[in-house]
Design a binder for this molecule. Structure first.
Ligand SMILES: *Cc1c(COP(=O)(O)O)cnc(C)c1O
Length: 386
């Protein structure tokens, strides 16, 4: 069913359409100058020396695992209150995801729960900046250091978020971004891995391209296929490349990221103004000392007295009024694909929050009238539930 007010919608300008079309008039549609430009722009934006474009955020997580040599016999601590790709990437390399609980106020992984999950087999920690709110790296970095753990930042929901003036993605051994259409900036499909390590970057660049190491960094070959190394596959690789058309779109979107983040923050503020003071709802924090939030989605939680069935009813009632909402997130450890983890995971906060969370329509081009309509209908529906 087509909703009158969608949950999310891409924001593509005419200039962006033209930039993609311009690539199509050139002979280089993959592994060309736009990839190099987009990688350089992302590295500069995040504040790290290296960035490698890949076909999705999930591909980026997978290659980060491989490049950091995480594999069979290793445990990796991850949140369950997040997108399934986070735990899947751990399983792709034969390692074991171990779920930690979240903090009820920030919805990010809880440092005490992380410490409790550490065993002699723990190799790494994947920290997700959930919904664009920076995770508690002030606590988590020292824990990783003390236990000699690799730290991977999943910044797929948090491009532009900052801690102490430094952008997320730049703190860990690798950081991963994603450009699916519902993210702050999009390339349709796409992702980027950032890192301070030249070795990790080189390895990821090879693994995304069938295991080919670049022998032609100066670009003497006219096309990648004409370089001497095109049929040299140093290790088992993948096709996780990002096309030139995608990179052209990403470059244009990144060029106006500040405008995009400012617009999204204004939408979040408007929602908080209109919904503030309603005791049926728990709203996200807006102003964080020493941190910058990058608004990915706008999530409200029904108050503790409501049940999951109440939340589901609110969602249905809103849908009947033409308003689309989302259930962010169904915990990973409760998914059928994770049946083997269900018994071992005791994640009270994750389960309680997930049962009462609701994502409201949130996209750059949402109008003030649409925001007002969503809030009016939501308030009315909540009153009828209890
Ligand atoms: C979007 C997202 C990803 C990557 O998603 P893709 O669809 O593979 O690009 C990874 N982790 C989190 C937390 C995300 O929100």
């Amino acid at each position: 069913m087509e909703h009158e007010i969608p949950l999310s919608a891409p924001d593509i300008t005419e200039a962006e359409i033209e930039a993609v079309a311009a690539v199509l008039r050139t002979p280089r549609l993959s592994l060309g100058p736009k990839l190099q430009e987009f990688e350089a722009a992302m590295a500069a934006y995040v504040g790290v020396p290296h960035a490698v474009g890949v076909s999705s955020g999930t591909a980026g997580l997978h290659l980060a695992m491989l490049a950091l040599e995480i594999g069979a016999g290793d445990e990796v601590i991850v949140p369950s209150f997040t997108f399934v790709a986070v735990a899947n990437a751990v399983r792709y390399v034969g390692a074991m995801p171990v779920f930690a609980d979240i903090d009820a106020a920030t919805l990010n992984i809880d440092s005490k729960s992380v410490e409790a999950a550490i065993t002699p087999r723990t190799r790494a920690l994947i920290v997700v900046h959930t919904f664009g709110r920076p995770a508690d790296l002030t606590s988590l970095l020292p824990i990783a250091e003390r236990h000699n753990l690799l730290l991977i930042e999943d910044a797929c929901e948090a491009i532009g978020a900052e801690i102490g003036g430094r952008r997320v993605g730049s703190f860990g051994d690798a950081g991963v971004f994603a450009f699916y259409p519902n993210k702050q900036i999009t390339t349709g499909e796409g992702g980027m891995v950032v890192t301070r390590s030249a070795d990790v970057a080189r390895r990821i660049a090879a693994l995304r391209n069938h295991g080919r190491y670049e022998s032609d960094p100066a670009g003497i070959a006219q096309t990648p296929e004409s370089s001497g190394s095109w049929f040299e596959h140093a290790e088992l690789g993948f096709n996780y490349r990002l096309s030139e058309m995608q990179c052209a779109l990403g470059l244009e979107q990144l060029a106006r990221i500040e405008e995009i983040l400012a617009r999204r923050e204004a939408i979040a503020r408007r929602y908080c103004e209109l919904l503030g003071g309603d005791s049926n709802l728990i709203l996200p924090a807006i102003d964080l000392p020493d941190q910058r939030l990058s608004w990915f989605v706008f999530i409200v939680r029904l108050a503790e007295r409501f049940s999951q069935a109440d939340r589901d009813r609110v969602q249905r009632d809103l849908a009947a009024e033409g308003i689309a909402t989302g259930r962010y997130f169904a915990p990973i450890h409760l998914q059928p694909a994770y049946a083997a983890w269900r018994q071992s995971a005791r994640l009270q906060v994750t389960e309680s929050v997930a049962a009462r969370a609701l994502a409201l329509p949130f996209f750059n081009r949402i109008t003030n009238e649409q925001i007002e309509r969503v809030c009016g209908v939501l308030r009315r529906v909540l009153q009828s539930v209890r």
